[in-house]
Design a protein around this ligand. Sequence first.
Ligand code: PHB
Length: 396
Amino acid sequence: MKKAKSAAFAAALGLALVATGAFAQTIKIGFITSYSGLNGNLGPYMERGARLYLKEHQKELPPGVNIEFLIRDDTGPNPDKAKQLAQELIVRDKVNLLAGVIFTPNAMAIAPLATEAKVPFIIMNAGTAVITTRSPYIARLSFTLWQSCYPLGQWAAKKFKRVYTLVSDFGPGHDCEDAIVRATKESGGEVAGTVRVPLVNPDFVPYMQRVKDAKPDALAVFIPAGKTATAVLKAFGDLGLAKSGVKLIGPGDVTTDEELENMGEAALGVLTVHHYSAAATRPANQAFVAAWKRDYGANETPNFVAVGGWDGMAAIMYVVKEQKGKIDPDRTMELLKNFKDPNSPRGPISIDPATRDIVQPEYLREVRRVGGKLANVEIETLGAAVKDPWKELNKK
Ligand code: PHB
């Protein structure tokens, strides 16, 4: 009798301690992204997207479970820094999960550490196809450049006779160029030329002049989103390529939502393929954009990096809920392989269990003026559930 009483007391005490947070279980997320250096404006979009998802879904967490972000600045494309930060987060801070990363070289540098320490790594941006093959502990909730550039190349080959490509000279740029060249050739189109420009601070003018001299029907551009996109649009406009009959096309990075107003008239009519537009009229997106403006300001617009943060956080919440706050690395990866959300702001998404890469819609969009503001208007769905084409084409 005495024993039963004390057990009941202990149980009640336990409940009370959980309720007051004294026994709270904290899940630590090592969140590495870019707040400075090249396109350092992108990191805050990712962080805000992740925090907004957590805020909107906080109530779904198991009782007594908290999520803590340990935020770190990798200073742009800087693999040494990213590796050092990941090492500290794993060894010193004992994070349960790693997340974030705008830039491919940084994701590649972190991958072996995720494997060695068995820390699941949720990628919220970096888009070079090969990344997910570098560690079984990686799941990607963002995109691959092949996902946008391959359907872009197929579509462009039907519409334009000769397509020129201009890409930043690093992983995602090479992927985009390869995808467009392959799709163009497979579709019977002609590649007018290809050029790679330095990733950091390129002067686009001489490259644009070279493109203009080649007189292609379309120029497909990949550069990392952010200020670099605006610099490309400016050079394209200043050199009069549009006037000389060259259509600007690309993956959505080149008309990234948050920079449209800075791009001005030069962006009007640019055609892109991407998985996310802030202007999309899906109810899930309208709710996302409204929450964003409510919390961050009426003039603030989310972009695809923000949605990478939002959906990445949705996947993290899912594994936390399923495991009731205890993160087992291998169980986490099994759960991530089966993650789906029919209601992402971008449309229905899932993780391909074979590759741990996202499966998502790809839309053809055009920059138009909507209610006085420039917007990426979705005009056609090119694929409803696109898997990374690079992995599909290179299946053994
Ligand atoms: C990448 O490094 O993988 C990357 C960076 C910026 C983008 C897209 C991809 O806009």
